[in-house]
Design a protein. Structure first.
Length: 96
């Protein structure tokens, strides 16, 4: 099951996918990308909340400089992945 509502749409999808350089994704794959992006954003928010707690309580001794660099690196990678997933989702929404 590809998630298309008609044979015509599925045939068009398969034809476009065979002649284009950029891969198109099925509706089911796009739904999974959306779920993944949502989960990644939730992870980023949770990490940010953890950082706020660590900074406010000072109950744990941490190397704040190292932690900040790590958090910035994670945030940057999450942003890149989220942007790429967003671009894939938008491009595929235009396909049919």
């Amino acid at each position: 099951n590809t998630g298309f509502s008609s044979i015509t749409k599925q045939a068009k999808f398969l034809l476009l996918n065979s002649i284009k350089n950029e891969k198109l994704f099925t509706n089911i794959e796009i739904d999974e990308f959306i779920k993944t992006r949502t989960e990644i954003n939730a992870i980023g928010k949770n990490i940010y909340q953890l950082l706020k707690i660590l900074r406010s309580g000072n109950s744990v001794k941490i190397n704040e400089n190292n932690l900040n660099k790590t958090m910035d690196n994670i945030r940057d990678k999450i942003d890149i992945l989220s942007d790429q997933l967003g671009a894939i989702i938008e491009k595929n929404n235009e396909r049919i």
